[in-house]
Design a binder for this molecule. Structure first.
Ligand SMILES: NC(=O)c1ccc[n+]([C@@H]2O[C@H](COP(=O)([O-])OP(=O)(O)OC[C@H]3O[C@@H](n4cnc5c(N)ncnc54)[C@H](OP(=O)(O)O)[C@@H]3O)[C@@H](O)[C@H]2O)c1
Length: 307
């Protein structure tokens, strides 16, 4: 397939969204254990513009994007768990492209009740599941505070914690409060009207998807022996020790987390909310700018690649 070329966005130098270039690239061939998919939709995540700005380095040039939905078009040697023609979704490195090669265990059958756009927007669930349950050991009946309960990760974290039987408190702007409550939050705290720490009784766990000042003000809310989970910054061991809590960076992405989330999505117990769809692939820069600068919002941003 080396002679066949397809469209992809590539980054040749770190910088602004003008670095996202629409180019023709050769179709990759799946190796052993890999699958080639035609991508229908790609999730657009904050990590995409953070990498583009050089926050995390990748060998240049690279194709952005970390999650997608699509259709299987070829199987590498030894792949028995996927079929050609199957609609799938999952963790896809280089998802701003017409096709990509993916380890077969990173892909799951797309539930028929989810659109391709929705299926491309589930990645935050595996991050949230790993943080809440693998790292945080969250249990039924415990009180959990989820910062940015309307966000791409937060709106899925609220649903996961609710379905696990936790008492869910979430922060959001007032205009997103009803949305966050509908996902399972028993208390929705308007973080703009007053400092959130003055509005919440102590909790067993905090999931912080905001970082910075929000992280700094969250140690005091965790009960002694509880846990502060952050997806954005490395928490301070000194502040954790002073508060008598565990505070950890919780950005794991295990296969187990992906499998557990897939089961919940299959049963329609959690559902991604798509805030805005950008199309076609050439609108990648607008999609990343919207993710970075788009202001208040809820759910996920998606880049539609193929009808
Ligand atoms: N470490 C990892 O593995 C990992 C994985 C995924 C994401 N992340 C990081 O986690 C962060 C969130 O990702 P995301 O995809 O959820 O982002 P996102 O969808 O862009 O989050 C935007 C949301 O944040 C809310 N928000 C902004 N400031 C807030 C504040 N001070 N308090 C409460 N809510 C606030 C906004 O809600 P309102 O409109 O209600 O204000 C908005 O809905 C990013 O920094 C991302 O890079 C890390």
């Amino acid at each position: 397939m080396k002679d066949i070329h397809v469209q992809a966005i590539r980054v040749h130098a770190y910088g602004g969204s003008d670095q996202l270039r629409l180019e023709e690239v050769p179709v990759p061939a799946p190796g052993p254990g890999e699958v080639l998919i035609n991508i229908v939709a790609s999730g657009v995540n904050p990590i995409d513009w953070k990498i583009r700005e050089g926050f995390m380095q990748r060998p240049l040039p690279y194709i952005p994007g970390v999650e997608a939905s699509g259709v299987v078009v070829a199987l590498g040697e030894g792949v028995t768990n996927r079929k050609v023609g199957e609609a799938v979704y999952g963790a896809v490195d280089g998802s701003y492209a017409a096709c990509a090669v993916v380890p077969s265990e990173h892909l799951f059958p797309k539930p028929t009740h989810l659109s391709f756009e929705e299926a491309a927007a589930c990645g935050g669930a595996k991050t949230a599941w790993g943080a809440l349950f693998e790292v945080g050991k969250l249990e039924k009946g415990q009180r959990v505070l989820i910062h940015a309960g309307a966000g791409g990760v937060g709106h899925l974290a609220v649903q996961l914690a609710y379905h696990a039987g936790a008492y869910v408190i979430a922060t959001s702007a007032a205009e997103n409060a009803a949305f966050v409550a509908s996902l399972g939050a028993s208390e929705v705290i308007d973080y703009k009207i007053a400092p959130f720490e003055t509005q919440i009784a102590p909790v067993d766990a905090v999931l912080d998807t905001v970082g910075g000042d929000t992280l700094d003000r969250s140690y005091q809310l965790v009960k002694p022996g509880g846990v502060l989970l952050c997806l954005v910054n490395q928490p301070s061991p000194e502040k954790a020790a002073a508060a008598g809590i565990r505070a950890v960076w919780a950005g794991t992405k295990t296969l187990h987390a992906m499998q557990e989330v897939a089961k919940l999505l299959d049963k329609d117990l959690i559902r991604p909310y798509v805030r805005k769809v950008f199309a076609p692939l050439s609108s990648a820069a607008a999609a990343q700018d919207y993710s970075q600068l788009g202001g208040p919002g809820r759910g996920k941003i998606v880049l539609k690649i193929e009808e």
